[in-house]
Design a protein around this ligand. Structure first.
Ligand code: DUR
Ligand code: ZN
Length: 131
């Protein structure tokens, strides 16, 4: 599954809309036995850019998934790509602490992280419960 997710992320990356940064990113996640992918989508108002990870997550959630089983992210970086803080927080909403996150690049340098390693002590819904 790891290799399939990476391959699907590489494919999705080709659709990245990046006229400003020219930095293409792809992501692919497994949920309920199905793979959902996404690419980064930039905007002339730069701050409205949506990263590949969040595109894949939002696409999957809008098709009814509730938990992510694994996710791969790829870019043409020196080492494995490193997801931004916003994406780490959004991932934390739909991943368990032990969910595998495969970070890689086009040269095949791959690291396996867990959600807990990616965002230790993430703020989650349960934290809003009053004692
Ligand atoms: O993990 C990452 C890091 C960056 N980007 C995008 C956002 C922007 O389009 C471009 C440069 O930051 O890369 C992602 O999609 N995912
Ligand atoms: Zn991001």
């Amino acid at each position: 599954m790891k290799d399939q997710l990476i391959q699907e992320a590489i494919e999705a990356r080709k659709f990245a809309y990046t006229p400003y940064s020219h930095f293409q990113v792809g992501a692919a996640l497994l949920a309920d036995g199905k793979v959902h992918n996404g690419c980064n989508i930039e905007n002339a108002s730069y701050g409205l850019t949506n990263c590949a990870e969040r595109t894949a997550i939002f696409k999957a959630v809008s098709e009814g998934i509730t938990r992510i089983e694994a996710i791969a992210v790829v870019a043409d970086t020196e080492g494995p790509v490193s997801p931004c803080g916003a994406c780490r927080q959004v991932l934390a909403e739909f991943c368990d602490r032990e969910t595998k996150v495969y970070l890689t690049n086009l040269r095949g340098n791959t690291e396996e992280w867990t959600m807990e390693q990616l965002l230790p002590g993430a703020f989650q819904a349960g934290d809003m419960k009053k004692k």
